[in-house]
Design a protein around this ligand. Structure first.
Ligand code: UDP
Length: 342
């Protein structure tokens, strides 16, 4: 019988790509999502890509009662991947309680029910934001975490601590936190991708929307950083590669291969690109124009970060495969599809 995976936030950007990869590998998926930042039509797209429609339940996991009822109904879950969370850094500064309540209570409700229903395995969406501006690059998993710059970032650090403490206190509970670097791009089918509500905060959706004519120009936040071209450096990871890191983490847990009950891995490419390099590569590979202007730095941004991925490569047997070029092509193909651009 195929194993059943609960994917919370499974209609979201990274969640939907992960559901596709799980179903391609023969897993049964049930999605829980409150659709607060995603669309139900994503289920049609997943079905179109994989030939299989995942089960779906709409509720917010911060609701303890509804989460309890869900686990009473779905008795055969083998593992959980927890994506469902609020993720806007700026908004979290304005609404800290909403962020702490939603992101932390949902994790606690899940863990409580995993223990009660003997579901052993959890993969969690963490972020390289827990490193802050590291003193040494690239960052390895032994690089110390730094105090969070935002309530959002703090929910990721505290969630990691909750999983560490809970898995140590309860034999049979095993967690893997994946520290994502900057996920970008879309599925090669262009049937699923990132669909931000309102004005995008993130770089690549802002670029694709500018190329599509929805935005006048991209603002490049700062060209006076201590980097070769002065713009900030990140490690941009293709979303399908990232999705596959979840599948190998699930297999590691199901096959009991973990070294300890709580593990965490960097999930990036190991390469750093500057904002300017990214914009220029996008323009070149897609043959479209993107108007841009250099402006002041954005508050809270770090100067540079990229991953040392040795641990993920060796322990998970996972490696990013897609090039930046093909990833930026996929981002534009998706934007064109959404906007009906030929
Ligand atoms: N950035 C930019 N203009 C934008 C959005 C982002 O110059 O409209 C820069 C941002 O300052 C950072 C990089 O692009 O250096 C990646 O930002 P993003 O918000 O995508 O991810 P973050 O690294 O902040 O999580």
């Amino acid at each position: 019988m195929s194993k059943q995976i609960l994917v919370t936030g499974g209609t979201g950007y990274i969640g939907s790509h992960t559901v596709v990869e799980l179903q391609n590998e023969g897993f049964d998926v049930v999605i829980v999502d409150d659709l607060s930042n995603s669309n139900i039509d994503v289920l049609d797209a997943i079905e179109k890509i994989t030939g299989k429609r995942p089960a779906f339940e709409k509720f917010n996991l911060a609701d303890r009662e509804k989460t309890n009822v869900f686990f009473e109904q779905y008795k055969n879950i083998d593992a959980v991947i927890h994506f469902a969370a609020y993720k806007a850094v700026g908004e979290s500064v304005q609404k800290p309680l909403e962020y702490y309540r939603n992101n932390l209570v949902s994790l606690m409700n899940l863990l409580e029910n995993m223990k009660k229903h003997r579901v052993s395995n959890l993969v969690f969406s963490s972020s390289c934001t827990v490193y802050g501006q590291p003193d040494q690059l690239p960052v390895t998993e032994s690089t110390p975490r730094k105090p969070a710059e935002s309530p959002y970032g703090n929910t990721k650090a505290v969630s990691e601590d909750i999983m560490r403490d809970f898995s140590h206190a309860n034999e049979g509970i095993n967690c893997i936190a994946l520290r994502y670097f900057n996920p970008i791009g879309a599925h090669p089918s262009a049937l699923i991708g990132e669909f931000p509500v309102g004005v995008p905060n993130n770089l690549v959706p802002f670029i694709t929307q500018t190329a599509a004519g929805l935005r006048d120009e991209l603002k490049i936040f700062g060209a006076d950083y201590d980097t070769p071209d002065g713009t900030a450096i990140r490690d941009y990871i293709n979303v399908v590669d990232l999705a596959k890191a979840h599948v190998v983490s699930i297999n590691r847990l199901l096959e009991n291969k973990q070294q300890s009950s709580y593990e965490f891995f960097n999930v990036g490419t190991g390469n750093g690109y500057s904002v300017m390099q990214l914009v220029k590569t996008f323009i070149k590979v897609n043959g479209v124009d993107v108007k841009y202007q250099i402006t002041d730095r954005r508050a809270g941004d770090i100067e540079k970060i990229w991953a040392d991925t040795t641990l993920a490569n060796e322990e998970l047997g996972w490696e990013a495969e897609k090039t930046l070029e093909e990833t930026l092509e996929s981002a534009w193909a998706w934007e064109k599809k959404v906007r009906n651009i030929k």
